[in-house]
Design a protein around this ligand. Structure first.
Ligand code: GLC
Length: 439
């Protein structure tokens, strides 16, 4: 069995990113995902910043070119590569009056981790100085308003009732596509007439049971159909869509990313915008805290259909570790996080957060967001814990995260107990976080 560490692992990771480089964007994975995904691209930029600051900037520029006039950053920016479903023809997002011209995109979004990438790009630029620094600074100051608009859009269009929680209209917007978090909301959906379709994702994995089922897929496509009928208009969608959930994890990311963007605003003389972003951060941090189940200590999503809390035992329950919050809340969350139902579960291959509690009775250790460990998510928790001052926790995640990747496959996700790499191999954001951990 291959065991790669240190420089050898970093070389292999850099090779993955080079291999998936399509010029001005990095494919999320070689065959399964031949386009740019929004939150993947931010994590990829974090890794790229360790190799080439200008290339990391290009990644974020490409993403921004796809921004909608509303401020929304779409979840997919399509490359010219064929072989992905649902592609641009299914979304028909370019017909929406608010879609960007000259780029083909999907019509939904993903969690706003981008400001975290901007911070990494700027820090890397400053570390190397010279043109890297100049370019990074120019990039941040010249695009600051676009990122600000993205955060503003999430904080308004996607929080119409001012709950401090971001509402999502598709499980894909959460980035955790088929998480049990969305089971009840999806169960209610009876798809209407759908255009015929052939899935392509199942062709690229060895075991189709790792992927969402066809029934799940029909519901995913039905929501796209509903969005198309509403011309991707936020107000129209709110009254017509079958799926409306306040996503606690995306909300936590919006909170912490707004703080990070506010810091950048302060550094680049945008004090008013910085103050506005800090207000957004505070509102969503409070929103996240308001979801805590006092019995389990975990954060919850809220189904806006009936305003019922969703109890899922999922990793999103640790949203406060990203958003930050009061000391008691964070201490309790850290205790649960490292405890026997989560990273301290005795049978785990590595002490890392799995997508579902390894002790959950509905755990499916090989199925996508229903059990496996996702390396980029480990990185995100490590970053968040470090950001909030929990250096020891962050180091423990980094060590375990790297140990998981020594097989050199850079899997999309990993079986929590055996440590086997699953889904796509040579997944870009997995390689990217390895590069950052190793630097
Ligand atoms: C899957 C994941 C999503 C990710 C995408 C590309 O759809 O659920 O989070 O962005 O793949 O890697």
């Amino acid at each position: 069995m291959t065991v790669l560490t240190g420089e050898a692992l970093a070389d292999r990771a850099a090779d993955v990113l080079r291999g998936n480089d399509l010029g001005d964007m990095t494919a999320a994975a070689p065959r399964l995902y031949p386009h740019m995904w929004s939150w993947d691209s931010a994590l990829i930029a974090v890794g790229l910043a360790r190799i080439s600051v200008p290339r990391a900037i290009t990644e974020m520029r490409t993403l921004l070119r796809a921004q909608w006039t509303t401020g929304m950053i779409p979840h997919i920016v399509f490359s010219d590569v064929d072989g992905y479903f649902p592609g641009p023809d299914r979304w028909r997002a370019h017909l929406a009056p608010t879609a960007p011209s000259g780029v083909r995109t999907s019509g939904i979004c993903q969690p706003p981790v981008h400001a975290i990438a901007l911070r990494h790009i700027l820090d890397a630029g400053r570390r190397s100085g010279g043109t890297d620094q100049a370019e990074a600074e120019r990039f941040i100051s010249s695009t600051f308003d676009s990122w600000l608009n993205w955060h503003r859009w999430l904080a308004t269009a996607r929080d119409p009732d001012g709950l401090g929680l971001v509402e999502i209209h598709h499980g894909w917007e959460s980035g955790m596509d088929n998480s049990p978090r969305w089971d009840d909301a999806y169960a209610r959906i009876t798809p209407g007439t759908l255009e015929a379709f052939t899935r392509l994702d199942t062709r690229h994995v060895a075991d189709v049971s790792e992927r969402p089922s066809d029934t799940e897929y029909a519901r995913y496509l039905w929501l796209i159909e509903q969005m198309r009928r509403a011309d991707y208009d936020e107000t129209a969608m709110r009254s017509s869509l079958d799926f409306r959930v306040a996503d606690v994890f995306t909300s936590a990311i919006l909170a912490v990313a707004s703080d990070v963007l506010a810091d950048l605003g302060d550094e680049f003389d945008r004090t008013e915008a910085a103050a506005e972003l800090r207000d957004i951060a505070a509102r969503f941090r409070a929103g996240v805290a308001s979801t805590i189940d006092s019995t389990t200590g975990l954060a919850r999503d809220l189904d806006r259909h009936d305003d019922e809390w969703i109890d899922a035992d999922s990793v999103a329950g640790f949203a406060p570790l990203l958003s930050g919050g009061d000391v008691d809340l964070i201490d309790r969350q850290r205790e649960i996080f490292w405890g026997p139902r989560w990273c301290g579960h005795p049978d785990l291959a590595h002490r890392l957060p799995a997508s579902l509690s390894p002790a959950a009775t509905n755990l499916r250790p090989k199925t996508y967001w229903r059990g496996p460990v996702w390396p980029f998510l480990s990185w995100l928790f490590g970053w968040g814990l470090r950001h909030h001052g929990h250096i020891g926790d962050a180091e423990a995640i980094r060590e375990a995260g790297l140990a998981q990747l020594t097989d050199g496959h850079f899997g999309e996700y990993y079986e929590p107990f055996t440590g086997e790499a699953l889904g796509s191999h040579r997944q870009s954001w997995t390689a990217a976080v390895a590069l950052d951990w190793l630097a």
